[in-house]
Design a protein around this ligand. Sequence first.
Ligand code: SF4
Ligand code: SF4
Length: 382
Amino acid sequence: MAQDARGEVYDLLAARGVSRRDFLKYCGSVAALLGLSEMYAPQIAAAVESGAKLKPVLWIAQGLCTGCTESMAQSRTPDVPTVVLDILSVNYWETVMASAGSDALKAITETVDKGGYILIVEGSIMNGANGNTLRVGGRPGREDVKEAAKNADAIIAVGSCAVDGGWVKAAPNPAGATGVSEYLASVGISKPIINLPTCPVNPEWIVAMIVDVLLVGKLPALDSKGRPTLIYGSTIHDNCPRRGHFENGEFVEKFGTVEEKKQFCLYKVGCKGPQTYTNCPYVRWNDRVSWCVESGSPCIGCGNFNWVDNDAPFLTRTSNVKLPGIGGVAPSTVGAVLGGAAAVALGVHAVVSGTQGRVGKGGPPETEKAYDRKKAAKGGDK
Ligand code: SF4
Ligand code: SF4
């Protein structure tokens, strides 16, 4: 990138109160998120800077609550919208752009004609009433996604609504909502899509994916569901700071109790951490301030596919399945209820814990190890 253009980028950043040092620091944290050494920060900065010329972004909204846009727009330090809007040249983002109507829609056509852009889709595809459940510019909204997908270099579905329909698709799904991958496949467009589920999406993941596309020039490693393995490669349970309490059979049975104060494991009040794959415990939310379990709420599994139908009611235990060592049911039974790799991981973890003697071998340690209130009242076990 020419030096004067780079200067322009830093002028823009300065105007938003973001210093060059802050920007490089941020690029270092993006590097860590991408599994790279922080020494890659300068290359990442250069990739973002050159992205201003090379890769415009189209952000197209469908059936949604705008929570993902809010999540992105409310980031503060460094100002992520600065990075995305001012540096990466977003050509269309109807929720935040100043122009409206046919002039705004022209930006989609012009960008598609030139090609070489990144398409971000937020919200579920509304297929009800032959696509007319949602109309944009006089035609079914899903047509915008179809048109924009044709020439995109990369497609990113942000938030669970865009990934698989999210809460919009929850039964009885009157809008006929689906995710972007399913819709594009149904109209004969077969392209790899980066899926970033959770409700809403974590803005750091979006920036990391855009940077990855700019820096490496190709899609990151994806799992069989199109999720980047760097972000969705391990369960919340694997990285949870309350995991020790799980291992010890120390659970919150009810909110408002001493067990809750002690920050015991939230599994029995509905935590879906064992079957949810995201890096929320270490990337965290709201500029890395905190995340669900740390702030006292069970993970409600919003990073899971079909999470609303599968995981509700959210504040009750996943099912009647008892973990091996906590009731002695075989992992295959756990798998039958929870399904897929998550269940296998949970089962394997429990078996390993059992063989290592970290949880009880049979018997009901959940009740055996319920927190001893009498002991606490006498001042013991602080
Ligand atoms: S069940 Fe939830 S609160 Fe308990 S250790 Fe696992 S992720 Fe953490
Ligand atoms: S911790 Fe769970 S509920 Fe919270 S954002 Fe992450 S996946 Fe969603």
